[in-house]
Design a protein around this ligand. Structure first.
Ligand code: CO
Length: 426
């Protein structure tokens, strides 16, 4: 049956088949003559349904704590590495390419530990607030839980995320393998300002040193202003108590800051006039510049995005319609815009940003695309209110390639004629 063409057929919005992000609002695929699903004969489908084994007898019993389908067993953290001779001093990454939406399942949140995951009995935790305060305080977990709680959705990103793309050759990894040191959760806890107000801050105070109760006693110095602004003592993640690997029973959560500062297994806040100048803010987590000097206390994670689908090591199954989808985020505030290119950065089209667009959280973007089957390169670029995500060439020109932290340049995915996809530098 001939379908009436819309008065203004949807034109490509950028080169190489990028379609208008409002495609589904303005007539959808049918108006373009694109069909995604095979046509089914009605009687055939009735016979097939009756034969399915799971419709022949009752399924399994009710359970206590739910698990993903056994058919999703391949969706696990990836790129797990640990220092030589250790099992828990390293990192594992979120498989971004296997997930949708913007919340990371708690069991797939990336990990970065400096001396393994401690097993802390909740009744034995004591959080002390001390140093330049009028009245040092000590809190049990029950004490903390009696304060008014607040719930916010924030991303957490290790400042070493994506640094593999500073290497001389593009690593042939998945999106999660390259960018999976970012995750997002709904966090519930007590604003740090409540405890600091109660302790009474001395006028000489400028910093708060946060220390974890792991075997490394991992600590970082945090500007007092940040602690009084939006810092949270997180007790819950995605509705349940924190997972052990996320700092059970209490962690610091510093929205937009490099992940290392959101100290896990928190047991001490020391208010001070000076930073502690500890290992993790001198030897590590400093940014080497081209002039050989290193910047310290660089906290905010820059604006960034990556296409999660289609992405590295995935496979397109032939020319035709695809949805390009990915994640964007910024430690400076909400994402304002994401553009996508299907021709290696020559032309760009605005992607649809899924609402709500939250402050310092992951934002999902989508744009429809028609692949004509020829090799091409996909890119995304995000912007917040102040900054645009740089190209890799712009980033390395400004910062060189010897640094490691805060790499936020655009990700390019090369699509070959056979539908294979791999990391590429443009
Ligand atoms: Co930094």
């Amino acid at each position: 049956m001939a379908k009436k063409q819309p008065a203004n057929p949807i034109a490509n919005s950028a080169g190489n088949g990028l379609l208008d992000r409002r495609l589904f609002l303005t007539g959808g695929l049918a108006s373009l003559g694109i069909a995604l699903s095979p046509v089914v004969n009605a009687s055939e489908s009735t016979i097939n349904r009756a034969r399915k084994p799971w419709m022949q007898s009752p399924g399994r019993a009710l359970g206590d704590y739910g698990q993903p389908s056994q058919h999703e067993a391949a969706v696990v953290r990836e790129g797990r590495t640990s220092q030589v001779g250790t099992l828990g001093s390293g990192a594992s990454r979120t498989p971004l390419q296997d997930l949708q939406g913007t919340i990371t399942p708690s069991g797939l949140h990336f990990e970065r530990h400096h001396s393994g995951i401690p097993d802390i009995h909740p009744e034995q935790l004591q959080l002390s607030v001390q140093g330049l305060v009028k009245q040092p305080l000590k809190f049990s977990l029950n004490d903390l839980a009696r304060y008014p709680l607040t719930t916010k959705t924030y991303f957490l990103e290790c400042s070493g995320n994506s640094a593999v793309n500073l290497g001389p050759n593009p690593a042939l990894l998945t999106c999660g393998g390259i960018h999976g040191l970012v995750s997002a959760s709904e966090w519930t806890g007590v604003p740090v300002s409540y405890l600091l107000d109660e302790a009474g801050i001395d006028s000489k105070a400028k910093w708060v040193v946060a220390e974890g109760a792991d075997a490394a006693r991992m600590n970082r110095s945090i500007p007092l202003d940040k602690m009084l602004d939006d810092a949270l003592l997180a007790l819950y993640q995605n509705g349940e108590r924190l997972r052990p690997e996320q700092g059970y029973p209490v962690r610091l959560l510093l929205p937009g800051y490099e992940g290392n500062t959101s100290v896990k297994w928190l047991h001490r806040l020391e208010v001070s006039a000076q930073p502690a100048m500890s290992r993790q803010e001198t030897s590590k987590y400093t940014d080497l510049n081209l002039d050989g000097r290193a910047e310290m206390f660089t906290f905010e994670m820059g604006v960034k995005s990556a296409i999660t689908s289609p992405s590295g090591n995935q496979q397109l199954t032939g020319k035709g319609y695809y949805e390009i989808s990915g994640l964007a985020w910024s430690g400076y505030g909400p994402v304002r815009k994401v553009d996508v290119s299907a021709d290696g950065g020559k032309t760009w089209a605005a992607a649809q940003l899924e609402e709500p667009i939250l402050d310092k959280s992951l934002t999902r973007f989508r744009i429809p695309w028609h692949w004509d089957g020829t090799p091409c390169t996909l890119l995304s670029r995000a912007a917040d209110a102040q900054n645009h995500q740089p190209t890799r060439a712009q980033y390395t020109k400004a910062k060189g390639t010897s640094g490691f932290y805060h790499y936020n340049a655009m990700q390019a995915w090369r699509i070959e004629a056979d539908g294979g996809i791999h990391n590429v530098y443009v």
